[in-house]
Design a protein around this ligand. Structure first.
Ligand SMILES: [Fe+2]
Length: 294
């Protein structure tokens, strides 16, 4: 199993940093970290300094998707692939690398106007990670922080870019009839995590202007999902999907809405990709549950 690349960090653009601070620390369970000179706040979910960063802005959406290569050699080979594909790359300045706490990075724009940074060699904190509320912690390591799901206008173009240029692999796909028409999704992996990135094309695009649909974090213990669900209820968050199980990654999870207006998924128990993985196709995205309480 190739585990050369992971969804390493996310930078979220936010209009209300205090709301995000409460949400990420008390409702999700991250540790607060450094605050940068521009006001960007960082949060830890393991030994990395900055798995999540919340950047002051005038929109609420994904700012940057951080893909982190396992070694500098993998980083170099992916940079060459991007150059060969004619992707416009901007070299990360020393200041930006320091800000992200990585040794090197390049940035580019993926289909759907998704801003991506490819980096390597993240710096680890010597302070142990201790979540204020998730005692068993989060599943990260080579599987990365979790997954991120983006709404795109052209699923085929976006899928080609992530598969052919960034060398992700297809885990499975789904096509589901909704009252507004067909919703299609592809789920992509770059390590043992079932999907680090998913791309979705829906007919109601015009009513959902954001790029990010949701991000997912995975707890190490099942009870952590129930406890996180209680915290989401206590915080009176909007719950678009109650507790349930996905048929493809087998994730036991719920979805609630972040202060940014997009959702987060809090899960446990997903299957992992192995050498005998078979690509599936689904006509539903939940085996049970995930009912809308909105
Ligand atoms: Fe998800």
């Amino acid at each position: 199993m190739n585990e050369d690349l992971q969804l390493g960090y996310l930078v979220i653009d936010a209009t209300d940093l205090d709301a995000w601070d409460q949400f990420l620390t008390r409702t999700i369970g991250f540790m607060p970290g450094e605050t940068s000179v521009d006001g960007t706040r960082s949060y830890r979910m393991d030994s990395w300094y900055k798995r999540f960063q919340v950047r002051p802005g005038d929109v609420d959406d994904i700012g940057v998707v951080g893909l982190v290569a396992r070694t500098p050699e993998v980083f170099d080979s992916l940079v060459r692939r991007l150059e060969d594909a004619g992707v416009e790359l901007a070299a990360g300045t020393k200041e930006l690398c320091t800000e992200r706490r990585v040794a090197q990075l390049v940035s580019f724009v993926a289909p759907g106007d998704v801003h991506v940074e490819l980096a390597s060699s993240p710096i680890h904190s010597k302070q142990p990670f201790i979540s204020p509320v998730v005692a068993g912690g989060f599943l990260t390591g080579l599987q990365g922080l979790g997954h991120a799901v983006f709404m795109v206008d052209d699923l085929d173009e976006a899928r080609r870019f992530w598969l052919d240029t960034l060398q992700f692999s297809l885990s499975d796909g789904s096509a589901e009839e909704t009252p507004n028409g067909e919703s299609r999704a592809v789920f992509l992996h770059s390590n043992r995590r079932h999907h680090s990135i998913a791309l979705v094309q829906r007919p109601e695009r015009s009513t959902y202007p954001k790029k990010m649909l949701h991000f997912m974090v995975q707890a190490n213990e099942m009870d952590a999902v129930g406890l996180a669900y209680d915290r989401a209820l206590d915080a009176r968050l909007r719950i678009p999907r109650s507790l349930g199980r996905h048929p493809n990654d087998r994730m036991f999870s719920f979805y609630a809405t972040t202060p940014g207006g997009f959702d987060y998924e809090f899960g446990w128990g997903a299957v992992e990709i192995g050498p005998d993985w078979e690509v599936g196709q689904y006509d539903h995205i939940s085996a049970w549950g995930h009912r809308s309480l909105v």
